[in-house]
Structures are given as structure tokens and as C-alpha cells.
Design a protein around this ligand. Structure first.
Ligand SMILES: [Zn+2]
Length: 480
């Protein structure tokens, strides 16, 4: 027996921070990086006697998320207290949703190894985040920072439909892309605004019952998700094969050692003593809200990807890069509309020069100095033979810096190619007259001297001759 005799079964739980300016039940700022405990008040500090007030924007963002993932939006959902003790949870409970969540029964399509896979979403519920314990703060003590306490989260729970660590990675990337497109999450794993727990079990191929699942906690990079899951699959298979039993537990992934280790035996739902939150009425979605948000949903990454491939005829590789960033995709469409030439040509400029300059200058697409029409004008200059490809790159770099018009820059830098056939003819005549020996060779069949003659004409024209015109004029005069 080996790993290939077993079928991994994986479900993912993602906690995503909603991009509201204030917290879910009070007016404190959600800004990341403030001094410890600066963004707190009596409500999110968990003082007795205070009451939570729901942030309307949080509900809108969660409904948007649910609709984008094809969920049913429940008209009534219930707030619940999840009771547990931890120093970063001063109330002793977290306000969450339990048996009646806001959204249910959705789906997310991903690219599996053998084609499209539909991963079902079991539920999406709202909850508040806890604070953060800071260990090893310097003096050997542990400190508590409650800036994050009360930050709004959606928890997105998939069904155990994922069958490999690679699929888990695809699912997370696709989910993050959707949330970022919706503008409800910044997709930042490092700052903890997109966190993932994985439920992993294995069963023998052909078995009908899932094995005992183990929960892997707080894995904070896409790379680690796959590593942690692969390690865990290997560990469970080895355990089962040697006659052992997988224990129900929560394990942490140790990124340094590349292994998971037991954190605690997994608590059951009833350990949390969930009960309806008495300080908040049931969440009732006002009539018309779901319809309005549905109408305002943007085109989602997968649909955009297909459209970029079909309507612009772009290769999948190009489409993926462009669609990977909503702003980049928008800029591409506006520029292409102004350009009207072959989309692949424009795509080459985007995936090449533009992305390179953005990366080097650490610039943002939203802060570009030139307009789509100017970008389009640059390509038209190349298409019309007025600029060589290399000269266009120089002009583009200057547009990037100054936002000035490409034609103006090209003229100023003396990069405009001579379009005047009279000037080209004159240069060709002069070169042919000065090189009778080469002309003789060409006419006697040594066609390779043609390149030399082109070079001489370009040199005579100081590099500004239009190569197509120069070629044509030379051939005509050589009698070809
Ligand atoms: Zn507060």
C-alpha cells in the first residue's frame, strides 16, 4: 500500500476580513498597523453593560460575497455566542452565526487536474475577529493587542469536495481573486486578512466513508497550504497503514520544519455552548437589498478570463496575467478600445513593458500618468511605421515618467522615422552610387549584401528611415 491507494478528502475554512472602515459592532477603525490598543472602545474591549450595534456595510459586503459565490441569501439569520476563554477575547465569547448563517449552498469553480471542478460552498457566516496575543514582547511577558477585536470577518466554509493539495491551492487562489474583485477583501495573507484552516482526512480508494478528519490551523501562505496538506496526508496514510488510528485533533503547521504537530484535541461544536446572542435581534435582510447588490456585481475573474480569450482572441497565458488584476484588465480594455488594432500586440505591451515599468518603479496602475488614448496613440505610431519598436519603448518610458503625448516625445527625441519616400529614394541613390562593387555582387547573385546596403541607408538616414520603405526602395532600384 502507498499514498496512491488512498483518497485525500479536504475541506477549507477561510476567514476573510471585510474591507469596511469601521468594526462590525462599534465605530472603531479597522486600520492595520496602528499602535497596540489604539483602535478600541468599551464595546470591542468587552466592557460589561455595553451593547453591539451592527455595521450595515458589513452586511452588504457579506451579501455581495454570497451572491458572487452562488449562495442562497437567507432573509433571516441569527447571531450566536460562541463561548470560549482566551486572553485575546475579553468578553469570553465571540459573536458569530451558528445554525442559521447568512448564506448557504454556493459553489466555486476551479481548474482541477482533469478539467473544471465545482467545489461546493456549505455556508458563509459573519463574525467578529478576536484580538491578538503578542508573545516574547521583550520582557518575557505576553501582551494583548485588541485592535483586531471586533474587526468584521466572513467565514467561508467549503464542502469536503477538494481532492488534492494542488486543488486546495487552486481553490484558495480563485476564492481570493473573487473577494478582491468584489472589493470586499484585500487578499493579504501576510497581514492576516485572508486566513485558511484545512480539514484533512484520507480514505482507501473505493471506500464510501470518510476517514477521521484533522484540522490544520492558520496556514498563512499558498505555498504552506499545499505543504501542510501534503505532509498531513502522508502522516495519516502512514498511521492507517501501520494499524493506527487518526485522532480527532487540531494541528499546527510548522513552516520551518515542514511538518504538522498536535495543538489540542479538536473541540466539538457543543463544547462552545452556542446560544442565540441576546443583545442583537435576528439579522433581517431588507427587501430589495439582495436584488440591488446582485445587479451591481462586477464581472468575476473566471467569466472575464473566458471573455478575454474569446472576444480578444488572447492566449490563455496573456488573459490570465491581464485578468489577474481588475485594474489592469480595465486599463487593457479601455486602451484596446482606443487602439482598435490586434489585441495581442497591445497585450504584449501590457505583459512586457508596462508590467516591467510598474514593477521597477513600484508604481500603481491607478497612478499612471498617461491616458489609455495616449497608450493607443503610441501603438498606432508603430503600426504606421513612424516609430520603430525600440524607439517606441524609449517613448513609452518617457510617457511613464511624464505623462506627455507620445508624438511630442518622439519628435523631441528625434525618433520619428522618415516617411518621405523622396528622402528615402535620395539616400538609397547615394548609397548605391558610393558602393558600386556591392551592387555588382548583388546583381551577380550574392543576395546577402542586401543587408549591408540596408544598413548603409539606415546609417545615412541616422536610423530614422522607415525599414519597410528603405527595403522597398532598395529592391526597386536594384531591379529586383
Ligand atoms: Zn470599538
Amino acid at each position: 500500500m502507498s499514498v496512491s491507494d488512498f483518497q485525500p478528502v479536504i475541506g477549507l475554512e477561510v476567514h476573510a476580513q471585510l474591507l469596511t472602515r469601521s468594526k462590525i459592532f462599534c465605530g472603531c477603525s479597522t486600520e492595520f498597523g496602528a499602535p497596540p490598543n489604539a483602535n478600541t472602545c468599551a464595546v470591542c474591549l468587552g466592557m460589561p453593560g455595553v451593547l453591539p450595534v451592527l455595521n450595515e456595510k458589513v452586511v452588504e459586503f457579506a451579501v455581495r460575497t454570497g451572491l458572487a459565490l452562488g449562495c442562497r441569501i437567507n432573509p433571516v439569520s441569527i447571531w450566536a455566542r460562541k463561548n470560549y476563554f482566551y486572553p485575546d477575547l475579553p468578553k469570553g465569547y465571540q459573536i458569530s452565526q451558528y445554525d442559521q448563517p447568512l448564506c448557504e449552498h454556493g459553489v466555486l469553480e476551479i481548474d482541477g487536474e482533469d478539467g473544471v471542478r465545482r467545489i461546493r460552498i456549505r455556508r458563509i457566516h459573519l463574525e467578529e475577529d478576536a484580538g491578538k496575543n503578542v508573545h516574547d514582547a521583550g520582557g518575557g511577558e505576553s501582551l494583548v493587542d485588541l485592535n483586531r477585536s471586533g474587526v468584521p470577518l466572513v467565514e467561508i466554509v467549503s464542502e469536503p469536495d477538494i481532492r488534492s493539495s494542488a486543488e486546495a491551492g487552486e481553490y484558495l487562489k480563485a476564492l481570493r481573486d473573487v473577494l478582491v474583485y468584489l472589493g470586499v477583501n484585500d487578499g493579504n495573507l501576510e497581514e492576516g486578512s485572508f486566513r485558511c484552516d484545512a480539514n484533512v482526512s484520507v480514505m482507501r480508494r473505493g471506500a464510501t466513508q470518510y476517514g477521521q478528519r484533522v484540522e490544520l490551523k492558520n496556514i498563512n501562505s499558498f505555498r504552506f497550504v499545499q505543504k501542510a496538506i501534503d505532509y498531513e496526508i502522508g502522516r495519516q496514510v502512514e498511521l492507517v497503514e501501520s494499524g493506527g488510528k487518526v485522532a480527532q485533533e487540531t494541528r499546527l503547521f510548522d513552516a520551518v520544519r515542514g511538518e504538522t504537530r498536535s495543538m489540542r484535541s479538536k473541540e466539538e461544536a457543543h463544547d462552545y455552548r452556542y446560544f442565540p446572542e441576546p443583545d442583537l435581534p435576528p439579522l433581517r435582510i431588507p427587501g430589495g437589498l439582495v436584488e440591488r447588490i446582485g445587479r451591481e456585481l462586477p464581472e468575476l475573474p473566471r467569466a472575464k478570463l473566458q471573455r478575454f480569450a474569446s472576444s480578444y482572441g488572447l492566449p490563455a497565458y496573456d488573459a490570465k496575467i491581464l485578468v489577474g488584476d481588475r485594474e489592469l484588465a480595465d486599463l487593457f480594455e479601455r486602451t484596446q478600445a482606443a487602439y482598435g488594432g490586434p489585441a495581442k500586440k497591445l497585450s504584449n505591451w501590457f505583459t512586457g513593458e508596462l508590467l516591467r515599468m510598474l514593477k521597477e518603479g513600484a508604481g500603481a496602475i491607478g497612478a499612471l500618468r498617461f491616458a489609455p488614448a495616449q497608450f493607443a496613440a503610441l501603438l498606432k505610431l508603430v503600426d504606421g511605421g513612424e516609430l520603430s519598436n525600440n524607439a517606441a519603448k524609449d517613448v513609452f518610458a518617457e510617457m511613464f515618467r511624464s505623462g506627455r503625448d507620445p508624438k511630442e516625445i518622439a519628435r523631441e527625441k528625434g525618433l520619428v522615422q522618415v516617411q518621405d519616400t523622396g528622402a528615402v529614394d535620395a539616400a538609397v541613390d547615394a548609397v548605391l552610387a558610393a558602393n558600386p562593387g556591392e551592387v555588382e555582387k548583388y546583381r551577380s547573385g550574392k543576395k546577402q549584401v542586401f543587408g549591408f546596403l540596408v544598413g548603409q541607408v539606415m546609417k545615412a538616414m541616422k536610423g530614422k528611415g522607415n525599414p519597410a520603405l528603405v527595403n522597398a526602395a532598395l529592391k526597386a532600384k536594384l531591379g529586383d
